[in-house]
Design a protein around this ligand. Structure first.
Ligand code: CUA
Length: 368
């Protein structure tokens, strides 16, 4: 009796949980079919779950031990087995068939899709658009350096007009199919915007892709959906979907590969060493763990860091000066700041780069 009640309570609880818990984020792409297959899967498995558990509860009561009643042994029941096989087979087909149709659409990108490249690294996103010619320049890992974070081949004419977006924010036009090519500089990451429904791994050494048509203007969070190390949870980006014209204006304001290198640091009115440091912080992935707005992340924020007294995990304190920063970059485990994990890998930088990064950190304090 208790067991039967327990089963009924589990069924009621599960059904309530399903209907009361938050549902999917609102759909903002063409992939309504993916919602349909998900809902179908939940409905099918849900119905089977409810029926089986209620039947179990019923049988527990109906065939409980009673004086004078004996169970009869039935070695085989062909008719019942055929029914079970038939119904299960139909169930499996209903569950899988719609997914095959959706998948065939998912792997066939529309011809007129806008192609965008997303480059993942621990722990940030950056983006590239093909420019006027619609063609991406060739890339190679060996060409990646701070001036060329995408590793674009400077010899390839297709790459000259490539539009580079080093930050975590990409804009996309409304109602136009977008194909996202995915690259990774280090480990597995995953491009996932829940509202667009589609997701795909970024694999080092390979180019993977996904496509969708954004159908609602708005700002969406891009979350890395593959555990990629300590800073995984900080690996977020922003996707802004807007009208075609606004999108074009945004693209026009981005840097172009061939100009990027020449113009670096000259047009901002800032100290070029600080600008170089900022670029390095971005391309070396420092900003994946260190914020510049004062919020602690995986590591201490860089805002107001220089000149401050830092408490260390061994109970001592240290003044944050050039020597301390240089040591912490080259050998992060030497002096670990209290309440932060000893997670940072050592970086070997040349004199100039090191100076630039320290200058950048100093600039975030305002006293240099
Ligand atoms: Cu990148 Cu998780």
């Amino acid at each position: 009796m208790l067991l039967a009640i327990g089963l009924v309570v589990v069924v009621i609880g599960t059904v309530l949980f399903n209907f009361l818990s938050p549902s999917f984020t609102p759909l903002a792409s063409n992939w309504g079919q993916i919602d349909f297959t998900l809902n179908l899967t939940i409905a099918m498995t849900g119905i089977v779950f409810v029926v089986i558990n209620l039947l179990m509860a019923y049988f527990v009561l109906r065939y409980r031990q009673q004086p004078g009643k004996k169970a009869a042994f039935e070695p085989e029941n062909k008719k019942l087995e055929l029914w079970l096989i038939g119904v299960t087979a139909i169930g499996v087909v209903v569950l899988l068939a719609p997914g095959l149709f959706v998948y065939s659409e998912f792997v066939n990108t529309p011809k007129d899709a806008l192609v965008v490249e997303a480059v993942a690294q621990q722990w940030q996103w950056s983006f590239r658009l093909p420019g006027q010619d619609g063609e991406f320049g060739k890339t190679s890992i060996s060409l990646i350096n701070f001036q060329n974070p995408f590793g674009i081949d400077p010899e390839d004419p297709n790459g000259q007009d490539d539009v580079l977006v080093p930050g975590n924010e990409i804009h996309l036009p409304l109602n136009r199919p977008v194909k996202v090519l995915l690259r990774s500089k280090d480990v597995l990451h995953d491009f996932y915007v829940p509202e667009f429904r589609v997701k795909m791994d970024a694999i080092p050494g390979a180019i993977s892709s996904l496509w969708f048509t954004p159908t609602k203007a708005g700002t969406y969070e891009l979350a890395c959906a593959e555990y990629c190390g300590l800073g995984h949870h900080t690996m977020r980006g922003v996707v802004v979907v807007e009208a075609q014209q606004t999108f074009q204006d945004w693209v026009a304001a981005q840097a172009i590969f061939s100009e990027e290198v020449a113009e670096a640091g000259t047009n901002t009115g800032q100290d070029p060493v600080v600008v170089l440091g900022q670029q390095l912080a971005q391309t070396k992935g420092c900003l994946g763990c260190h914020t510049t707005d004062g919020t602690p992340s995986v590591g201490p924020s860089w805002k107001g860091l220089f000149g401050k007294q830092e408490s260390l995990s061994d109970g001592t304190t240290v003044a944050v000066d050039e020597a301390y920063l240089a040591e912490s970059i080259a050998d992060p485990s030497a002096k670990v700041v209290e309440n932060f994990p000893p997670a940072m890998p050592p970086y070997t930088l040349n004199e100039e780069d090191l100076e630039a990064i320290i200058a950048y950190i100093k600039s975030l304090t305002g006293n240099d």
